[in-house]
Design a protein around this ligand. Structure first.
Ligand code: SF4
Length: 434
């Protein structure tokens, strides 16, 4: 199985390849040696990750060619703005007209949209986000895999099920060989082209081993490696970048320093942001964002979160619902409702219509069984599937009853492909900014 379409190199422009996917051109950083015009490659996250033989590419492309243009038509039909405008709040209409005609909205206008709860208005907001997603990104969609390599955390975040609050949890840390085997299975058996290696804030990571395994995944298996190990400091970031990691998933969680410090005692938002900025300087693609529904969080805070993600140069916006774990001090707080999360995804699209890859997080899928479908129809264009070995998956219990916890990887892929086909989405790489 492989849910990714190979592209043909049309031109080479300095460090970039211009890659063609059935007539659509996208840009990919080139780190592969001896690439020529006419070669076929896989790209992920805007990086060329692997060259593939012509005959293999032709075979895959002939299968896709039959359905690619049909998928585009489905996507176009689903993203059309044929909204009945009667009875819709006039201020919502005028803001969305601006947004849809590429006029930058004011922050107060987006704040007004965030406060909307009425069904018709909300529906128009979500449809406008989907319209913009299609306009700028066509039907491209990323499907990434995640391997959770350690649940051994030194921090006491007030909501997290693998924090030090959860004293009854069995802890694990995957060995270098286990990580490589899990990555090999995800890439070679299941066809993933981009993998997130995620772990808790573990004080005992062996960065020599991690660098080694990242190098092997990149060079031997040919995949984009995104790291997510909390705050590891500039030296470890640099070491892992040199080994081949090209993405960093590190959320700032909230742009409100008071809320941040209450929920993460002993740690500061300033340090978190500093780490994200250092990673960007090193060249990492950034996936960042926040938690929605935190105690004391206002709509203004959420809007500030969205603008902060843009200001930090997020390639991928990763916003998920706050889901407190029962073994933590915040066990009794209720999570947000699905509509609030959809509004945030839509607003993320309005904040950065042309560039944002917007993720439907596993936490959102845990909150609602419809999250993936509805999120993709509200501006999102990226999903994450869990490729953690079963024996560890349950132990990475950051919140209870996680989506995909008991699903085989193949089962998750089948469901995702079915959904993406229903929505007319295709796995072409979304490319990068020039
Ligand atoms: S949120 Fe991250 S740092 Fe905090 S306890 Fe959980 S895994 Fe550790």
């Amino acid at each position: 199985m492989c849910y990714a379409i190979p592209g043909k190199v049309k031109r080479i422009e300095d460090k970039f390849l211009i890659v063609d996917y059935f007539g659509e051109e996208r840009k990919a950083h080139n780190e592969l040696s001896q690439i020529k015009v006419g070669d076929y490659i896989y790209a992920q996250g805007g990086f060329a990750i692997r060259r593939i033989p012509h005959n293999e590419a032709q075979e895959i492309l002939s299968t896709w060619r039959e359905i690619f243009f049909d998928l585009q038509k489905v996507d176009l039909a689903l993203s059309r703005l044929n909204q009945e405008r009667k009875d819709i709040d006039s201020r919502v209409l005028s803001i969305l007209d601006k947004v849809n005609y590429e006029i930058k909205p004011q922050k107060e206008e987006l704040l007004y949209l965030l406060s909307i709860t009425q069904e018709k208005e909300l529906d128009f907001i979500l449809k406008s986000a989907n319209f913009l997603r299609q306009k700028y990104h066509k039907n491209a969609c990323c499907v990434h895999g995640i391997i959770e390599i350690s649940n051994t955390c030194s921090r006491n975040c007030a909501y997290c099920g693998i924090s030090t609050h959860n004293t009854g949890l069995r802890r694990y840390r995957m060995s270098k060989d286990e990580i490589f085997c899990a990555a090999q299975e995800a890439i070679e058996k299941h066809g993933f082209k981009a993998l997130v290696l995620q772990g808790a804030q573990d004080l005992n990571y062996n960065f020599k081993d991690l660098a080694n395994v990242i190098q092997c995944i990149k060079n031997e298996l040919g995949a984009l490696v995104i790291i997510s190990f909390g705050e590891i400091g500039p030296h470890a970031l640099e070491r892992l970048y040199k080994a081949g990691a090209r993405g960093l998933l590190l959320r700032f969680e909230t742009s409100n320093p008071q809320i941040y410090e209450k929920l993460h005692p002993g740690y500061t938002l300033k340090d978190r942001i500093q780490e994200i900025k250092q990673a960007y300087e090193l060249g990492y693609l950034l996936a960042t964002g926040g938690l929605i529904g935190l105690p004391g969080q206002s709509y203004q805070d959420i809007l500030n979160d969205l603008y902060l993600a843009k200001e930090l140069n997020a390639e991928m916006f990763s916003f998920g619902p706050f889901l407190p774990h029962p073994a933590t001090p915040l066990e009794n707080l209720k999570p947000v409702i699905e509509e609030e999360m959809l509004k945030v995804l839509a607003l993320a699209r309005f904040v950065d219509p042309q560039n944002a890859k917007i993720l439907v997080t596993t936490a959102f899928e845990t909150l609602s069984p419809n999250a993936c479908r509805e999120g993709l129809l509200s501006g999102a264009n990226s999903v994450m599937l869990n490729a953690t070995p079963f024996k560890y998956r349950e132990l990475y219990s950051i919140y209870p009853d996680r989506a995909h916890q008991s699903e085989e990887v193949g089962e998750q892929i089948d469901k995702t492909i079915t959904l993406l086909k229903q929505l007319g989405r295709a796995p072409t790489d979304l490319g990068v900014r020039a």
